[in-house]
Design a protein around this ligand. Structure first.
Ligand SMILES: O=P(O)(O)O[C@@H]1[C@@H](O)[C@H](OP(=O)(O)O)[C@@H](OP(=O)(O)O)[C@@H](O)[C@H]1OP(=O)(O)O
Ligand SMILES: Nc1ncnc2c1ncn2[C@@H]1O[C@H](COP(=O)(O)OP(=O)(O)O)[C@@H](O)[C@H]1O
Ligand SMILES: [Mg+2]
Ligand SMILES: [Mg+2]
Length: 350
């Protein structure tokens, strides 16, 4: 199923290196019983915003990482990346064409370094026109349930034509209007609910219109770190029947919901709404999306269609989300980094 749009608009081998050539004090001897010489540290260069460093690189994570022989080293943006390191892994979440080019050049000249994650794969998620296409293409349906995406329509310009385009596409109101670009800016999280046809002309393209799916006011955040999956419940937008829809406006602007939404994990909820999606279904979905998206660090916002047991929709996919909000993220993340850093045989350039 293609998503509608209007015309307009990527060998378990223990590596014990004797002749260690590490850059300044990157030696992090992790003396291991049974090994004559200590293992080399896994060096993770990171390029993250100050906000992200605060929420992700928490002392508990750094401490556990050090105990496991993982060293986090800040990448200096004022110096060429190739003059820094050497790194086993480059972990990043920065935007901008320049940074993407720096990283692409670095990947070419340092194939031995794992870049988490490839810039082109991340770029795919920054446009809501393509963000969910991989899920739509999967057409996932098995004995555990069905996973789809809401019907949507991309409007690149000309708000005046929206009512006619919505009619032509056969979309059912109410519709969620989301900025087309999901670039992490506050604007990219400013959503609105359109529930009256002619008020659609008040919307500001470029945007994507998605059919609103009632889901009992609870959503599932499915965090993915490599092969690891962790699901948490969050409060979501209420079902439309519960909205005090004022008749005049026709458009209801709502502030940022997903990341700010309170946890619903301890709430007293109707089990038919709060029951987590079946694990085997999530395992299949995550495995396939890792491959199709070429990403290892992302999360999914999943909702269950109200009144069904097993009809799920993916409504949002986020690269390198707020892992600090994921239970046990320190252990999960450090195990993942170790699996990358030591699972590969590497020749160090002199
Ligand atoms: O888009 P959501 O569902 O609110 O998830 C956000 C989102 O991933 C956000 O990143 P960005 O889209 O603003 O770039 C994350 O912000 P940080 O990168 O600063 O952490 C939020 O942490 C995500 O929230 P959550 O982890 O709850 O999904
Ligand atoms: N199609 C939809 N049906 C029902 N609720 C939706 C839909 N799309 C988004 N929402 C609600 O709006 C919130 C934010 O939408 P989302 O696509 O996750 O944007 P963001 O990237 O800003 O998190 C979701 O967490 C959910 O509560
Ligand atoms: Mg979201
Ligand atoms: Mg998002």
């Amino acid at each position: 199923m293609r998503l509608r749009e209007n015309d307009d608009v990527g060998e378990k081998e223990e590596v014990v290196e004797n002749d260690v050539t590490l850059a300044q004090n990157q030696w992090c001897p992790v003396v291991n019983a049974g090994f004559s010489s200590p293992k080399r540290a896994v060096v993770v260069g990171y390029a993250l915003t100050t906000k992200k460093i605060k929420s992700f690189l928490q002392p508990k994570l750094e401490g556990l990482a050090r105990n496991k022989g993982i060293l986090f080293v800040a990448i200096d943006h004022t110096r060429p990346l190739s003059d820094q390191g050497p790194f086993d892994i480059v972990l990043h979440k920065l935007s901008g064409k320049e940074w993407r080019q720096v990283l692409e050049d670095y990947r070419q000249s340092h194939p031995e370094v794992t870049v988490l994650d490839p810039p082109d794969a991340i770029q795919h998620l920054r446009n809501r026109q393509y963000m969910l296409q991989a899920v739509a293409d999967m057409n996932l349906s098995d004995s555990y349930g069905i996973v789809g995406v809401p019907r949507q329509l991309v409007i690149k310009r000309d708000a005046f034509a929206i009512p006619e385009l919505v009619n032509k596409a056969g979309l059912t109101l109410p519709l969620v209007a989301k900025p087309l670009v999901a670039d992490g800016s506050a604007k990219s999280h400013a959503l609105s609910l359109a529930y009256e046809q002619f008020s659609l002309q008040k919307l500001e393209p470029p945007l994507v219109l998605q059919e609103f799916v009632n889901h009992g006011g609870v959503l599932f955040k499915v965090y993915i770190v490599g092969d690891a999956i962790k699901v948490v419940r969050r409060f979501s937008l209420p079902d439309v029947s519960k909205w005090e829809l004022s008749k005049d406006a026709g458009i209801y602007n709502f502030p940022r919901v997903s990341c700010a939404a309170a946890s619903a994990d301890d709430a007293d909820l109707d089990p038919t709404i709060a029951e987590l999606p079946p694990r085997p279904l999530l395992e299949k979905l995550a495995k396939e999306l890792r491959w199709r998206l070429g990403l290892r660090l992302f999360n999914l916002d999943i909702i269950r269609e109200y009144g069904t047991r097993d009809h799920f929709y993916v409504i949002d996919i986020n690269y390198f989300p707020g892992y600090g909000k994921m239970p046990e993220y320190e252990h999960i993340f450090t195990d993942f980094l170790l699996s990358l850093g030591q699972g590969k045989y590497k020749k160090r350039s002199g």
